[in-house]
Design a protein around this ligand. Sequence first.
Ligand code: 13P
Length: 265
Amino acid sequence: MKHARTTIIAGNWKMNYGPKRAAQFTMEILPQLNQLTHHDHNNLLCILCPPTISLETVHQLLQMSHYPHIELGAQNMYFEEQGAFTGEISPLMVHELCRNVILGHSERRMYFGETDEMVHKKTLAAFKHAIRPIVCIGENLAQYEAGQTEQVIRAQVQGALSQLPEEHLGELVIAYEPIWAIGTGKAATPDIAGNVSSFIRHLYGEMYGREAATALHILYGGSVTAANISSFIGHPDVDGALVGGASLKPDFVELVHQAAEAALL
Ligand code: 13P
């Protein structure tokens, strides 16, 4: 085994699969996923992140069979606990169904104006309510081409992840998702994903010390498939993946299988 950190494969369904289709798809993949995550591969965690309206349906299917290594995640939440915030869901609500939440996805930043400051508040709210935050960061194509990746990552990490409570430092998951690799079929090379992940771990270490940096989970996201997942997991600082398009197909099972194999090497 390459290190003590759990390998995490999270499927971000984005705005796909309402309750009916979500139920069908979940029933299709669950038994096989369970075999993969449960038996030989106890160090693997799979997180399904359906749209909000389908969380309850998938939650019930997971509950019925007690799949210990398959968890549920929301794709977003607001940081306030309740009140007049039409259309939002609160950490209290997420906590009823989910152990995880994706925060600050680049699509939320691009289309819905999320800032590092908001992601910071949401991250604190997640910790307060015992929800594991999966915080997304990553540079766009222009920034990548201008060689500004580290600068952008540093600003995002410092902006969204400063002053976190000490007792929760080890629970954070950061997903490095270069925007130019999302949904393009052009994944980052394992070297790029690995080097940026090492940089993120180093930064986190600067902020919170070596122990917190060692516990931090870093996922790569952007055009991850069953065919390329092993090459990312092969890097010592990449602890798994945040998967978009490929998490919507039955082939997701094969992707998780490949990840499990790679994690054992
Ligand atoms: P794709 O895997 O479809 O490129 O999406 C990545 C992503 O944005 C996951 O959050």
